[in-house]
Design a protein around this ligand. Structure first.
Ligand code: NAP
Length: 472
């Protein structure tokens, strides 16, 4: 590349800050570092000392195979030009202005950290919880480890029929012994061992043809030796609009779901210890409590109709039912959280952007040098692999905007490092993470688990300090 001031040249590498170390962040880093005939430095930040975002804190403990995608990210971390700074939080330790001063571009890979609300009365009762916090809790996320879930009731409910809802349902329904060899947090396994929950209602506001879960995920519940997956045959009667859309435009997953659920609905209640009762075309309309504690959920039967936009929508039929439940998880989608200094589209819960270029939420004007990838860009949809193409697309735009341009300011990787040191001396490098990783795997092997996670940031930092002292 051109003169010594050209961005991406050997003399003046493009300096990129990637904020967030989940899949979308790693895929963006990979796309940048793989740029041919270009010099790029990527500094990746995470507020936790551990990388991998939802792969570590979201993927269910019994889905170890899915987690092996981290091997790909490990490879990215070994690419020349890559540095990891864990335990560094944007908005706490660093400001957007610090990043702007030391980097040419910022890529936000912040994910979606909270959940959507149902908007029904009683949602704030004790016992009405969110899937996001339960998932983070059983996965040992440091921010959620002290939460408590009262599993003493016999009947619980999960609202929503996406893959997260099924993860929550499965973890509640499986025998604790079958989870013991996974990387589930110890405190969560202990709590699940004391659980009295025998029955879990799963409410889908639309029908089987509109289920958001993957065929593999629903089958996993249906085929678990300890669980009866129960569906009323009448819930499988497809309305005319669903039938037509399934035939004309239904994808393979939708067809497989309908086929599988139809077979399952013929099996009745079964005789296993745990029942997962999938209730379709059903919406919770009120959560009912006593002394502030959830006691029951009032549900309404829905019928489906085709909206003007062609989407099949639910509407209440005025037929209500009350089911006693002591715990309810809403699992109706994730929602982004605003980070100070980052343009935020509060309506949609994501970083304000146009195709990955960050925009001012009010004027729509582009914010030069700022980009966004993953759920923070497009909302909470898609599987882990979906993020690769999405991140590559954003990096292509970034490259078109930046490469070959004259550099502004005298930015260097050393200067950025000095700034980070000054702002958060307790940062954790990728090599440090590899030490933590090794300790977790060793402790896991001793305990007969795939991994024994650190669940406190202090414990991680103490372990690292001890390792460094030993090595000295
Ligand atoms: P999701 O797939 O978007 O599912 C959300 C569910 O909530 C849908 O069933 C939706 O129904 C329902 N819903 C939304 N608003 C509702 C309301 N007001 N009342 C009742 N139901 C409502 O979201 P997710 O389950 O959170 O998953 C997020 C992404 O992560 C997905 O792409 C998912 O596939 C992925 N993921 C994958 C795995 C895996 O592969 N193992 C595991 C976890 C997550 P409507 O369709 O009617 O809107």
């Amino acid at each position: 590349m051109g003169d010594q001031n050209t961005l991406g040249s050997e003399k003046r590498p493009l300096l990129a800050a990637v904020v967030g170390s989940g899949p979308s962040g790693f895929y963006a880093a990979e796309a940048l570092l793989k740029k041919k005939d270009a010099c790029v430095c990527v500094d990746m930040f995470d507020r936790l000392p551990t990388p991998y975002g939802l792969v570590r804190g979201g993927v269910a403990p019994d889905h170890g195979k899915i987690k092996s995608v981290t091997k790909v990210y490990e490879k990215v971390a070994t690419m020349p030009g890559f540095r990891f700074f864990g335990n560094v939080k944007l908005g706490r330790d660093l400001a957007v202005a610090d990043l702007k001063e030391h980097y040419d571009v910022i890529i936000y890979a912040l994910g979606n950290e909270t959940d959507r609300k149902l908007g029904v009365p009683g949602e704030d009762l004790k016992g009405s919880r969110t899937a996001t916090e339960f998932v983070a809790w059983y996965n040992g996320h440091p921010d959620y480890r002290t939460l408590e879930f009262d599993l003493s009731c016999e009947s619980a409910a999960v609202v929503g029929i996406g893959n997260v809802a099924l993860d929550v349902t499965r973890i509640l329904a499986k025998t604790p012994d079958s989870l013991a060899s996974t990387d589930i947090a110890d405190y969560a396994l202990e709590a699940l061992r004391k659980s009295n929950i025998k029955e879990i209602y799963v409410f889908g506001r639309r029908g089987p043809a509109q289920a958001a879960f993957s065929p593999k995920e629903i089958k996993e519940i249906g085929e678990d030796p300890a669980i009866d997956l129960v569906i009323a045959p009448e819930d499988m009667n497809l309305d005319a609009a669903s039938k037509e859309s399934l035939e004309k435009e239904g994808d393979a997953n939708q067809k497989k779901n309908v086929e599988y659920l139809t077979e399952q609905s013929k099996k009745g209640d079964g005789s296993k210890g745990k029942k997962v009762r999938l209730r379709l075309c059903t919406s919770p309309v009120e959560l009912l409590g006593e002394n502030g504690q959830l006691k029951a959920v009032k549900i309404e039967k829905n019928e489906l109709y085709k909206g003007d936009d062609g989407r099949i929508r639910p509407r209440g039929t005025g037929v209500f039912e009350e089911l006693p439940v002591g715990l309810l998880f809403r699992s109706v989608g994730y929602h982004g959280v605003e980070t100070p200094g980052v343009a935020f589209d509060s309506k949609n819960g994501r970083v304000s952007n146009k195709d990955g270029r960050v925009t001012d939420p009010d004027s729509g004007a582009l914010r030069e040098g700022e980009y966004v990838v993953g759920w923070a860009k497009r909302g909470p949809s898609g599987l882990i692999g979906t993020n690769r193409a999405d991140s590559v697309a954003t990096v292509e735009l970034l490259w078109a905007d930046m490469a070959g341009k004259s550099a502004r300011g005298d930015k260097t990787p050393e200067g950025a490092l000095d700034m980070i040191r000054a702002k958060q001396p307790n940062f954790v490098t990728f090599a440090d993470w590899q030490v933590l990783d090794r300790i977790e795997l060793e402790k896991g092997a001793q305990a007969g688990k795939s991994r024994q996670k650190f669940t406190r940031v202090e414990d991680m930092l103490t372990a690292l300090a001890a390792e460094k002292e030993n090595a000295a």
